[in-house]
Design a protein around this ligand. Structure first.
Ligand code: 4NP
Length: 171
């Protein structure tokens, strides 16, 4: 945990509802996978009524699409069914969510540009902040032009980060 994650955890711990938005570029690979992994954790922990999970992309190229087929296949092997339909992030998301989690520095820059107020901007904490430092990844790499190992790496990082995020904010 670092300064940002500590601060957010203090602010959100004990809240009746926690609303989290995962964000990547296309909303067809990394963020819908994060969404599926996090949803599976809160379902398994029996607290889906407290946690509201969603995902979006900074780009609009894939609006309405299911996640990339390769991402769905790799996720399904681990027990996650990814059924989200891609949508673009919008300014209103800063009202609708408590925590907005970009996958990489480019997603983070785009979100900071979109944030309407300093309070809104303070809701942005990158995925890497939740991932064990031992992974040595400071972002979740875009798997779109990679092979199978790129998709497996995304799932490894997300399973680690989502579990640590859940543990940090659970009551
Ligand atoms: P994502 O991956 O941001 O993890 O959903 C990508 C999906 C599509 C593209 C780039 C990255 N694209 O260029 O279409």
């Amino acid at each position: 945990m670092n300064h940002d994650t500590d601060q957010i955890a203090r602010r959100l711990k004990g809240k009746d509802e926690i609303r989290i938005l995962f964000v990547c570029l296309g909303n067809i690979c990394r963020s819908p996978a994060a969404h599926g992994v996090m949803q599976a954790i809160v379902d398994a922990e029996g607290c889906a009524d407290r946690w509201h999970i969603d995902s979006a992309g900074t780009g609009d190229y894939h609006t309405g699409d299911l996640p990339d087929k390769r991402m769905r296949i790799h996720a399904r092997r681990r027990g996650y069914e990814l059924i989200h339909r891609a949508r673009q992030v919008r300014e209103r998301d800063f009202d609708d969510f408590d925590l907005i989690i970009p996958m990489d520095a480019s997603n983070e820059r785009n979100l900071r540009r979109l944030a309407p107020t300093p309070d809104a901007e303070a809701k942005i904490v990158p995925m890497a902040a939740w991932i064990d430092k031992a992974s040595r990844y400071d972002h979740v790499p875009d798997p779109y032009y990679e092979g199978s190992e790129g998709f497996e790496l995304v799932l490894d990082l997300l399973e680690n980060g989502c579990r640590r995020l859940f543990d940090a904010l659970k009551n």
